[in-house]
Design a protein. Structure first.
Length: 262
């Protein structure tokens, strides 16, 4: 057994696709390692309300960074789908002998800086209150009872300097949590088996090469995952694995893409 936590980011778009065997594997790993599971919510939010599928739901700032347009109502909807996700995850883990608790990042776990205020809208830069913010810190003391056989399910909201609850990127939140808790690995579970470069699967890549591809070739969700990977490695995490397989297979490097400092 080990008291070093295993941090796993589970994409909201692939939660329903995880088989019983996948959950069996996660529970088996969790019996010997504390689990911190950080969840996304993209697909559940779209399923909750059709407006989240509209192009206007996503905004781009003056630097080209993309973000969901987040209002207090959106924060409430995120919490609604997060609660439902939690019920699903708890049922799957509890039936396999793993206890679990939900932690909302804005309840003392994740801190965020002031968010960007200028956003492109209808081809014009306008000043908007968008409740998003960059992660500036994590207080691991908010994760009580880190021990094998127990899982913390984290909703990656944060609290900004003004005390507002804000939306953050789940991959980057997982990276910050992994660094703050001394995790040796960060596992990003998504709906693709590997990072692809020029259509070819990449089994292993350095942080420097991953950052170069991120800035010149990666798009969408993979670009954010590669940014999160770099931040995790900068925070002291030894490696980041991206893939769609059972967690133990990814940690054993039998599949997925492994990103390392060198």
């Amino acid at each position: 057994m080990s008291n070093t936590p295993s941090v796993v980011k589970l994409g909201g778009s692939c939660l329903d696709d995880m088989t019983d065997a996948w959950w069996d594997d996660l529970a088996a790993h969790g019996r010997s390692h504390p689990l911190i599971l950080v969840h996304g919510w993209s697909k559940p939010l779209k399923d909750l309300n059709p407006r989240y599928t509209e192009p206007s739901a996503i905004m781009r700032d003056r630097y080209g960074n993309q973000s969901r347009w987040t209002t207090p109502e959106v924060i409430d909807d995120i919490k609604t789908v997060s609660h439902a996700l939690g019920e699903q995850v708890f049922a799957r883990l509890n039936s396999r002998g793993i206890t679990a608790e939900r932690v909302v990042g804005s309840d003392g776990l994740v801190r965020a800086g002031e968010g960007e205020r200028w956003w492109w809208r209808n081809k014009q830069l306008v000043e908007l209150d968008n409740l998003v913010g960059p992660i500036t810190g994590v207080d691991p003391c908010a994760l009580k009872d880190l021990k094998p056989g127990h899982c913390h399910l984290v909703t990656p909201l944060a609290r900004n300097p003004a005390g507002q609850e804000v939306n953050t990127d789940a991959d980057r939140a997982a990276a910050a949590i992994a660094g703050a808790t001394g995790a040796t690995s960060l596992t990003l579970v998504t709906d693709v088996a590997h990072l692809l470069i020029d259509g070819e699967p990449v089994r292993r890549i350095s942080a420097e090469a991953a950052a170069a591809f991120r800035d010149k070739g990666a798009t969408g969700g993979m670009r954010k995952k590669l940014r999160a990977a770099g931040e995790a490695l900068d925070g002291g995490v030894g490696r980041v694995i991206i893939g769609s397989a059972p967690v133990s297979d990814m940690l054993a490097e039998r599949t997925g893409t492994v990103i390392t400092p060198a």
